[in-house]
Design a protein around this ligand. Structure first.
Ligand SMILES: [Zn+2]
Length: 132
């Protein structure tokens, strides 16, 4: 007995479940326990380093204001400094953990030496450049 059109449609719908996109796979990875653990370790280590050197950094930077320092010291989530802002002479809380060499260019995913902390603005600029 031939299948009805609706049977065929149903079957097609079930089998056409699309494979995951790269974006989906990436975003699932960023939820993984390994990544979250390494990220958290990196945050703590970098924060401690930045706290230890913040006064000397602050004295060296011409553009830094005491409100920048205050923001860093009182930031509830205890993030490190934004690495790129620091290079430009600004003190900004860096709350995005970035892969220095992007994963898609072969950068190590879970190696803390490939991680840096950036503010949202610097991260958006860096990701924008990488996309080109
Ligand atoms: Zn920044």
């Amino acid at each position: 007995m031939p299948k009805s059109i609706s049977d065929l449609r149903r079957k097609r719908r079930q089998s056409s479940k699309s494979p995951k996109t790269r974006r989906q796979i990436e975003s699932e990875w960023y939820q993984s326990k390994e990544w979250r653990t390494v990220r958290e370790e990196s945050r703590r280590e970098q924060r401690q380093k930045d706290e230890d050197r913040i006064i000397s950094v602050f004295e060296e930077l011409e553009n830094a204001t005491s409100s920048d320092l205050y923001e860093f010291l009182t930031h509830k989530k205890q993030y490190p400094l934004c690495n790129h802002c620091l290079e430009e002479g600004f003190i900004t809380v860096g709350n995005v953990c970035d892969h220095i060499i992007p994963i898609k260019r072969g950068g190590a995913k879970l190696d803390k030496s490939n991680l840096q902390w950036l503010c949202h603005d610097c991260h958006a600029i860096k990701s924008g450049k990488e996309a080109h």
